[in-house]
Design a protein around this ligand. Structure first.
Ligand code: GAP
Length: 431
């Protein structure tokens, strides 16, 4: 059965995935905190992305600062172009996106509306003790600019030839007018971005390459391929920097929506930074003695949106032997807890062996110990948070030196010798 968003929000809270931010003060709109299981899931997604990007010869990672020189945002076009049109109600002063309202009257009080005005989505703050125009800095609305301004630092220090890429994971901030759908659209979120620098003229080929690579990555997370599709941006959707753009979309309960953008940003950003800073950002090709500003193919995926897609995709409710269970069928690589250890009963000899086996497994996986309630209830608790394997130590274990390993999805139980347990789990989880 498909999951509705209200049940998902409540499951996430009940089982420690995601809490409302500042809940004891009534919460703050569109801000969420990842709890103990949520942060594990998020770290697993980030680790899988980082491995896919960095564990190769032609891409390097960086971690740039969130606050950047304000000129960055002038050059990038974000001060002039990163805007949404808004109308204000002249009576109650509420603001709306004109494309989301039907009539020329305020949907809240019926008052008259102003003409649309452009509203910049960047958060502003002040750097230093004086709060005036000259001390304004912005919270970055995308991580990509930290990559552009470091393009030559990375290229020259690591002596990369084009094509090569720079990847980064980090927070981005947008003062979205209509945040919502839980963690889908928030004002603070995390992006995983990679800018691939290529020779002009080869950009279209590289665009196709990265488009296909990125779809493969989402499939490898275990997302249902039938719920993934590309959407090409029409002229009216293209961002101010893009020549061509495709979204990877996932079919959420609220419709097909973007989880990743793949953009051909041409030499837009580097040329603008070169002009604005007065520093050359040209690449010198030793072989051909050519100098040029590279084109950029960007892959930009939201970590929080991917996590939401993974939660929705994994969630299943089913009836097993007359009993209902809800289960998160995460790919084992994504599961926050990989193995749960249970002594059949609270008997010292069973508890001792269970602890010993858990300690042997701990260096490899995140594990948890549970001895509360019946085995059936303990399985259900682990199913609900997506733990792929549960190991039970029973009285026979003391004699036959074997334990029962129960698989979350098939619910099949295998009897595994203690000497084989770690190998068995590693093979199943790491593949
Ligand atoms: N550097 C290019 C860029 O930022 P984007 O399409 O605006 O492109 C890329 O954003 C990804 O960042 C989106 O596909 C989405 O996953 C994520 N994202 C953007 N805005 C978001 C928001 N308000 N809340 C959560 N994720 C967001």
């Amino acid at each position: 059965m498909a999951l509705d968003m209200t049940s998902l929000v409540s499951l996430c809270k009940r089982r420690g995935f995601i809490f409302q931010s500042s809940e004891i003060y009534g919460g703050i709109n569109s801000c969420w905190d990842y709890g103990p299981l949520g942060v594990e899931l998020k770290n697993n997604i980030k680790r899988l992305w980082w491995q896919a990007m960095i564990n190769r010869e032609d891409i390097e990672g960086i971690d740039a600062s969130i606050l950047m020189h304000p000129k960055v945002w002038e050059a990038s076009g974000h001060i002039a172009g990163f805007t949404d049109p808004l109308v204000d109600c002249k009576k109650c002063k509420h603001r709306f996106r004109p494309d989301l309202i039907q009539e020329k009257k305020c949907p809240d009080c019926g008052g008259p509306l102003t003409e649309p005005r452009l509203f910049n989505l960047m958060f502003k703050t002040f750097m230093g003790p004086v709060e005036d125009e000259s001390s304004i800095v912005y919270l970055r609305p995308e991580t990509a600019q930290g990559i552009y301004v470091n393009f030559l630092n990375v290229q020259s220090t690591l002596r990369h030839k084009i094509p090569f890429g720079i990847a980064q994971i980090g927070k981005a901030f947008r003062n979205e007018i209509t945040p919502g759908n839980f963690i889908f659209r928030t004002r603070e979120f995390e992006q995983m971005e990679m800018q691939y620098f290529v020779k002009p003229g080869t950009d279209e080929e590289w665009f196709e390459h990265w488009k296909e690579e990125r779809l493969k990555w989402h499939k490898a997370l275990g997302l249902n391929p039938k719920k993934l599709q590309f959407h090409e941006h029409g002229a009216d959707e293209l961002a101010h920097y893009a020549k061509k753009a495709f979204d990877v979309q996932y079919e959420f309960p609220f419709g097909w929506q973007e989880i990743e953008g793949i953009h051909n940003r041409t030499d837009f950003d580097l040329s603008r930074h070169q002009a604005s800073s007065g520093k050359t950002l040209q690449y010198f090709d030793e072989a051909t003695k050519e100098k040029y500003i590279p084109y950029v193919i960007e892959t930009s995926v939201g970590c929080d949106r991917t996590l939401l897609a993974c939660l929705i995709d994994a969630y299943h409710e089913e009836v097993v032997e007359g009993e209902e269970r809800s289960v998160l069928r995460f790919h084992p690589k994504l599961a926050p807890i990989k193995v749960a250890f249970f002594p059949l009963m609270k008997k010292p000899e069973l508890q001792e062996l269970t602890h010993k086996l858990q300690e042997e497994t701990r260096p490899y996986f995140l594990t948890r110990y549970d001895e509360a309630g019946s085995i059936g209830r303990r399985y259900r608790r682990q199913d609900e948070v997506g733990t792929p394997f549960c190991v039970t130590v029973d009285f026979d274990s003391l004699k036959d030196q074997a334990v029962t390993v129960r698989d979350r999805d098939s619910m099949k139980q295998d009897r595994i010798a203690l000497t084989q347990l770690l190998d068995y789990l590693r093979k199943k989880i790491e593949g």
